[in-house]
Design a protein around this ligand. Structure first.
Ligand SMILES: Cc1cc2nc3c(=O)[nH]c(=O)nc-3n(C[C@H](O)[C@H](O)[C@H](O)COP(=O)(O)O)c2cc1C
Length: 365
C-alpha cells in the first residue's frame, strides 16, 4: 500500500471511530474506553504522518483560509486532549483507580469537549474541502456541515441525558465536607428508585440518566439525599409509596401527570418519622411536571411543622425548581428557605460540594 493510500485509510478509520465514539452512550463503557484509546493512537499516527503541517506551521504567508485551518486544527487538538483527560477522570473500567479532581463535573466537560471536537472536525473538513469544491457546491457542503453541527450541539446533550448510564462509586462520592447544624436534622427524600419495581436486568431499565453503582440503580434524589445526610448528619428517611411506579421512565411521567391532575395523595408505606422533633428538614425531591411529586405532599400534610425550617433541594431535567416551591409553601407551615438548591440530573455525581455550600448558609456559623 502506498503512503497516500495508507494516509486515506487512517483518515477514514479515524472518522469512523470518532463517530462511533460519539454514540458511546449506546454501548458498554469498557468498549467506549477501549475505542477511545484506539482513537487517541490513530490521532497520534495521523499527526506523525502529516507532520509537514507542523514543519510548515510558521513558514509561508497566512491568508484567511490558512489561518482558519491552523486555528481549527489546534482547537481540535485541544478538545481531543480534554476528551482524553476527562475520559481518564471518568473511567469506570480501565482506569477506575486513576480518578482525580473529583469535585469537577468531568461528565459535562467530556460532553462539552465532544461537541467542540465535532464542530471543529467539521470545520477542518470543510476548510479542506474548500480547496477542491467551490461556488454553489461549497455553499451546500457548508450548509450540511452547519446542520450536522447543530444536530451535535442539541442532540448530544439529549442523548446523554436519556441514554447514558452513569457509573458511580456511591460510598466515595457521598463523602465530603461536614456541615454541623445547631439543632436536629432530618433528611427526607422521594425518588423514583425505591418506589419502582425494576426488572432484574438493570441494563434494560429505560430512563433519563440512570446512575448505577455496579449493578445497583441509584435514584437521583436518593444520591443527593445521601450526600446531604453525609454532610449534615442526623437521620435520613425515604418516602416510599404503597403503589409502585412503572419501570419505564416515560410511563412514570404519565403516571405522575395523572396523579398531579387528580390531586392524588399516594399512600405512604413506611412508618412516618417523628418529623416534628427535628429543627431542620432537608427535603430532596425530583421536579415532576413543574411541581413536587404528590407523594411529597402526602408526607408533608401529615405534620404540623411550625417553627421548623425546610431546606429544599430539587433535582430536575432542566426545569430547575419550577413552581414546586410555591406548592411546598402551600403544603407546609414550616419556614421554607428562600433559596433552594437545584441540581440538574446529570450534575449529581459532582454536586457534593455544592450541597455542602448550600447547607453551610443555614448551619452553625
Ligand atoms: C413524573 C416525572 C415528571 C417530570 N417532570 C419534570 C419537569 O417538569 N421538569 C424537569 O426538568 N424534569 C422533570 N422530570 C425529570 C426529573 O425531575 C429528573 O429526572 C430527576 O433527576 C429524577 O430524580 P429521581 O431519579 O430521584 O426520581 C420528571 C420526571 C418524572 C418521572
Amino acid at each position: 500500500m502506498g503512503k497516500t493510500a495508507a494516509k486515506k485509510c487512517i483518515d477514514i478509520l479515524l472518522l469512523l471511530l470518532f463517530f462511533i465514539e460519539l454514540g458511546g452512550m449506546f454501548f458498554p463503557s469498557l468498549l467506549h474506553e477501549l475505542l477511545g484509546f484506539c482513537l487517541l493512537a490513530l490521532v497520534l499516527v495521523h499527526n506523525a504522518i502529516n507532520n509537514q503541517f507542523y514543519k510548515n506551521f510558521f513558514r509561508g504567508t497566512n491568508n484567511t483560509h490558512r489561518t482558519a485551518n491552523k486555528i481549527s486544527i489546534i482547537l481540535f487538538g485541544v478538545s481531543l486532549l480534554i476528551l482524553a483527560v476527562s475520559g481518564i477522570a471518568l473511567s469506570p473500567d480501565l482506569l477506575a483507580n486513576a480518578h482525580f479532581a473529583e469535585n469537577l463535573n468531568w461528565r459535562s466537560i467530556h460532553l462539552g469537549a465532544a461537541i467542540a471536537a465535532l464542530i471543529l472536525l467539521f470545520t477542518h473538513l470543510l476548510l479542506h474541502a474548500g480547496r477542491y469544491i467551490h461556488g454553489r457546491r461549497f455553499v451546500i457542503a457548508a450548509g450540511a456541515v452547519f446542520v450536522l453541527a447543530a444536530a451535535g450541539i442539541f442532540g448530544m446533550p439529549y442523548l446523554d441525558r436519556w441514554f447514558h448510564q452513569v457509573h458511580v462509586d456511591r460510598e466515595k462520592i457521598v463523602q465530603g465536607e461536614k456541615v454541623p447544624f445547631r439543632g436536629r436534622v432530618l433528611t427526607v427524600y422521594f425518588s423514583r428508585v425505591g418506589n419502582t419495581d425494576f426488572p432484574p436486568n438493570v441494563d434494560a431499565v429505560s430512563g433519563a440518566s440512570v446512575m448505577k453503582d455496579k449493578e445497583t440503580i441509584i435514584g437521583n434524589a436518593e444520591m443527593i439525599a445521601a450526600m446531604a445526610h453525609n454532610a449534615a448528619g442526623g437521620e435520613i428517611y425515604a418516602i416510599r409509596t404503597e403503589k409502585t411506579y412503572p419501570a419505564g421512565y416515560i410511563d412514570t411521567t404519565k403516571e405522575g401527570k395523572k396523579e398531579i391532575a387528580a390531586g392524588e395523595r399516594p399512600a405512604i408505606r413506611e412508618p412516618f418519622p417523628a418529623a416534628e422533633e427535628y429543627d431542620v428538614i432537608i427535603l430532596v425531591y425530583p421536579l415532576w411536571w413543574n411541581t413536587m411529586p404528590m407523594a411529597v405532599e402526602s408526607f408533608l400534610e401529615r405534620y404540623d411543622l411550625s417553627g421548623k425550617t425546610i431546606l429544599p433541594i430539587v433535582t430536575h431535567g432542566s426545569g430547575g425548581a419550577g413552581d414546586s416551591l410555591s406548592a411546598l409553601r402551600r403544603a407546609t407551615n414550616a419556614t421554607v428557605a428562600s433559596d433552594c438548591l437545584t441540581i440538574y440530573s446529570s450534575d449529581i455525581p459532582a454536586s457534593r460540594q455544592a450541597i455542602a455550600d448550600y447547607l453551610k448558609k443555614y448551619a452553625v456559623k
